[in-house]
Design a protein around this ligand. Sequence first.
Ligand SMILES: Nc1nc2c(ncn2[C@@H]2O[C@H](COP(=O)(O)OP(=O)(O)OP(=O)(O)O)[C@@H](O)[C@H]2O)c(=O)[nH]1
Length: 435
Amino acid sequence: MLANSRGLSRGLGGCCPRRAALARPHTSLGASPIAAGLCGAGLLSGPSCGWPGPPGPCSGRLFCRPDSRSPPGPGEQTGLVPRHPGGARSGCPAGEPGRMLCGGLCLPPPPGASACESLSRSSCRGKEPSRLPAPPEPESPPCGRTCFKSAVSKRGGFSPASLGAWVLPSEVGLQMMSVLAPVRRDRIIAELPQCFHKEAALHSRSSFHPQVSGACQEQRTGTVGFKISKIIVVGDLSVGKTCLINRFCKDTFDKNYKATIGVDFEMERFEVLGVPFSLQLWDTAGQERFKCIASTYYRGAQAIVIVFDVNDVASLAHTRQWLADALKENDPSNVILFLVGSKKDLSPSAQYSLLERDAIKVAKEMRAEYWAVSSLTGENVREFFFRVASLTFESSVLAELEKSSARKIGDVVRIHSTDSDLYLTAQRRKSKCCR
Ligand SMILES: Nc1nc2c(ncn2[C@@H]2O[C@H](COP(=O)(O)OP(=O)(O)OP(=O)(O)O)[C@@H](O)[C@H]2O)c(=O)[nH]1
């Protein structure tokens, strides 16, 4: 099973017992939730997707293999599976696109359920499952970008459960990589993007770590090219997290505030020094009442982006708490931190300069890299995400190199034991414990 039910209940369980129950319909399909999700998104089809409905005709698909996990054969092109003629999604019951995806999740809340418990209801906006909007269409190649929206998103759509979001990165990463479109030309990174402010930067080298450049040149980057790095974006409500992600991923800006309910995520594919590299950008809810849901998605982050509004000093002060919460679910020594001031366009320069001093101080304390951006004008947005991609890539390659050097054949393995016979030691220990 690709997306194990252990991961599923971990993702949905947490503080809300009901959420674990919500996951069951997916597992009861007898198919991997990831596969079902990809199928629902129109990414997979055929027997491997496990979708209960009959798969539709294969016409017009770029990638339609009986087992979508296997790599494409000679002459086959990988990419997204476009919509079926007639509108139904591949593998979905005809005329009811997305029904099963939400059918499992859109249960009415029990009497007296808390906001958290009634997540599925709020996300589905009280609609009957069969009338829910279909999942968003994947964009056609060659854009190289797939945009997923979750059932817990402000816009509706389908569940992250269906994408196996909590079993990232390796298994899903490897699977998804085989069906994603090529990297967009404007997502190619050949040089290390520079930091925003030298005083609060993760490092101020002008180029990638020499070991990283060397490994990329010699194609010694191991599994880095197949992995998806998880980036979580946290911060107070309405500081502009969603707008920041949307500006980068979709080049759009919405001036109307719609609170994020739970989480959303976007996938962005890059090519760094010739190696494919994918980021999964998790937009989390800033509202207190949805925090318990959002925080279940913090785990496994490679980078944490803490956003505050440069026009709201309180939101800067709250960043420490956001960081503490995010670090509870992650290993502090293994994550890269970014502190991002948003809505720079609204801040007169004199006012901004004053705030920047404080922000840099906070960033230094956190050991985070500081950036100031505007999603309205797009100022620094692209530069920021390129820096995030580059630094997470750099740390992934360094970790991979470290791992592979530790595994070198012929290395001396030191075993610290005073016993001459380790097998006997193990046996002795076992018998003690069973007594
Ligand atoms: N002028 C300006 N307004 C912005 C900018 N970024 C976001 N906004 C506005 O701020 C409001 C909140 O933006 P969102 O991105 O939805 O905020 P959020 O942090 O995702 O909020 P939650 O989902 O509740 O956590 C919206 O009305 C946006 O239009 C910006 O860079 N400049």
